[in-house]
Design a protein around this ligand. Sequence first.
Ligand code: PEP
Ligand code: MG
Length: 586
Amino acid sequence: MDSAKSDMRRFHGIPASAGIAVGRLRVVDRRRLHVHENFVLEENTSTEIDRLQDAIIRTRDELATLKEQLRKTTGDEHLFFIETHQMILADERLFAETAAHIETGLLNAEGALRRTLAKYREIFSGITDAYLQERISDIEMVIEKILRNLVDEPHSPITHDDVQTIIAAHDISPADILQMDRSRIVGILTEIGGRTSHTSILARAFEMPAVAGVEGGADILLDGMPVILDGLSGEVIINPDQTTFVAYLERKRHFEYIGQELLKEAGLPAVTLDGHLTRLKGNVEIPEEGASVLRHGGEGVGLYRTEMLFMNRKDMPEEEEQYAIYAAMQQAIAPHPLTIRTLDAGGDKLLDGMSLTDEQNPALGVRAIRLALSMPEEFKKQLRAILRVSASGKVRIMFPMISGLDELRTARILLEEAKLELDSAGISYDRSLPVGVMIEVPSAVLVADLLAREADFFSVGTNDLVQYSLAIDRSNEHLSEMFQPLHPAILRSLKRVVDAAHQESIEAGICGEMAGDPLYLPVLLGLGFDELSMSAASIPRVKQVLRRYTKARAYEVAQACFQFGTAAEVDQYLKEVTNNRAEGFL
Ligand code: PEP
Ligand code: MG
């Protein structure tokens, strides 16, 4: 098919769960309920209150039955979604407020329930915390269930035709995912939601590709349309032309190879053929991702990005709130170690609560460690929360975007103050908590020898290191070709960093995206990195290549890379080398 003439359409959303799904659309409108709202005579209000009560009881029984079914089929692990809904339903205020709308507004039960929902929506629209905001969708789902019982259209599981089906919906509930036939329903596209919505979390737990936040999608999509859903990039393609279709099938084949075949080896040690161990760890943003890191064979978390907790809210999280979340993360990957990165906000990741003057150049502005050091009391709250978690498991801390010794020293002084504060409160923590430095700024590379004397480990953030070394905005799609991790300047920087670390007998790792690409593995291994941290789904791929390499050969490859003058030449060389060594695994 000629792509110019095809009716192919692309949408972009938020990559909510990795993987590629190809199938036919099934448009599900969970909102399309035939509900009639009307006024009632005063003498009939008690009948409406009885109807409401009856519908709530039926919904309660439904949830209890569903919970029992799921306990048998899926296990206890995911029942908290149902439990959240049970808690909302059990809240007396839901009934009391709706009954009041019936009595004072003379509304039927359906109309009254919708008034109650409107009120909750209004309250939640004032909340800036993304996680809490998404909880309105739980309330909507519970009210929808009650409405269905009122109109006698009980909630039924999402069905599918006899083909690979991709569900498109305004929103779907976690219970929908739990109940659906996941052998036929292969992907999910929703208009709302984000990475932290329960539905996305569950999609990731089941490794079902999902794209959220596809605005306007469900309105123009029709049942039966062919669709490709790329949960890695957030792209959704309707009516793909043949070239696109074939390209995605190939991408899908590669991805699934990792998922199905490589996972079998995920639990094996990350050891080279000549017995050299390199730790492979996961990068996470929320505690729910911990289990996935372990399942993919990760030996801990090498980068916990804590920003999520600080974004989309007006206030800064208190120490207790931070402690609870970091502790949940720690428990999720125990007994493996957890590396917590302190707040890396600013630049393009502005916090609502920050009152910064407009910056001409935010990427070079008050961000990351500079921002943290500019608000020492807030920073110490985070340091205390991290220290407290270190009392119950292996925890490391690392500072983002350190540009030189003065920042590291100031951050360490604040850490010492935080320790003293805990000491005087009699609160325990790991007194030898390792303190790491992220190497993401060219100046840090140049003074890596100095930093290595005062840090316990290094972790290279290649995303920012490439951005700042090559002066290429990492999020500018027009420059993406020039974002070259294999640029000789980057390879030289990496070598300098790892050598400086080893000279002072500390470890060096990489936690930028470069660590998760198997093509780069031989050179990173050959340069001598001790740890590579990446998204969970990448771990088996990288491990696969690692286990088929010798450290000695990787060293030769790394040395050879330094002979080339351009990133393209290094890239070409690595493709040849890895194809020889790990044919079909990339
Ligand atoms: C990096 O810059 O490589 C990194 C790991 O940090 P982030 O992507 O969160 O900036
Ligand atoms: Mg960074």
